[in-house]
Design a protein around this ligand. Sequence first.
Ligand code: SAM
Ligand code: SF4
Length: 331
Amino acid sequence: MHAALTDGFGRLHDSLRISVTDRCNIRCFYCMPEDAGNFQPREEILTFEEIERVVRVAAGLGVNKLRITGGEPLLRRDLPVLIAKLAAVPGIADLALTTNGVLLEKLAAPLRQAGLSRLNIHLDTLDRERFRQITRRDDFEKVMRGIDAACAAGFRSVKINAVAVKNLVEPDIVPLARFGRERGIEIRYIEFMPLDSQSLWDRSKVLLMDTMLAMLTREIGPLTAVPDQDPRAPATEFRFNDGNGRVGFVASVSKPFCLNCNRLRLTADGHLRNCLFAIGETPVKHLLRDGSPDEAIAIAIRANVREKWIGHQINTAGFVPPPRPMYSIGG
Ligand code: SAM
Ligand code: SF4
């Protein structure tokens, strides 16, 4: 085993997010433009074998957690085959996936059988019309069936990711929490971040964690911060004092958690990114295709982690959005 992956600020990196495609079957306005079309050509996208090789090398450097994302990862053909390959890599202890749920009804069970342990399903609203307004598609019922299938498939955890956009989803915050309480699903509210491709973001459009917490307290009941949380997990978690259910907040805007970050990313087209908001990237695809040894990939991973900045600058006037939108980075 090589020495651990530590950046210049002493942060240990053991978590890798892997995007398997930049395509998507819906068009959430805060992520993709309606007419998105300049996707990466197929030959630019890493093969399953190439992804597995990066994971093997990363696991040798101490990475033990993986999350598969996109674009919409369930669009990638034969995804359970990749999951099985990654689940078998020595050292990988946790394998999770984030999906919009549209194709989940059929895929939940095969993904579970292939070794996927945790699932996050993206759903901002229980209102079909607002779902259509946000995603520009009428797939609400499919996502609900996907959630049912996920709950039946026996995952270690199923969570819902809800993006919190001000003046839009306020009516959804409480119904989602109630739904989660009924179904034993944790709702994770994610503050709207400046990662959309159309520069729609500004701070006034973010529904902040404290506002949502106050809404839940008023409408459902008091909550208490979950004790002894993993300080490196992106969400701050609370449980309802009546003992029924919990919620989490990814408060990247109001309470940045960069100082505890343990994550790096691999884009679908083979670039390493050390931050969602990073400007620079480290290419690895050429190393995977020109016969370079594993050590060259390890050097690239180490270099990418070493160059990591102290944190994103969302809350400063000098903030520069990343050159790729969310769907192309892998959220
Ligand atoms: N398509 C899958 C999905 O929607 O879950 C996986 C990729 S998506 C880019 C990953 C997550 O990013 C989504 O669950 C969504 O909650 C989040 N997301 C997308 N755009 C965002 C934005 N501008 N701000 C905050 N979160 C965002
Ligand atoms: Fe697709 Fe996910 Fe982006 Fe929505 S957030 S457009 S589902 S990649």
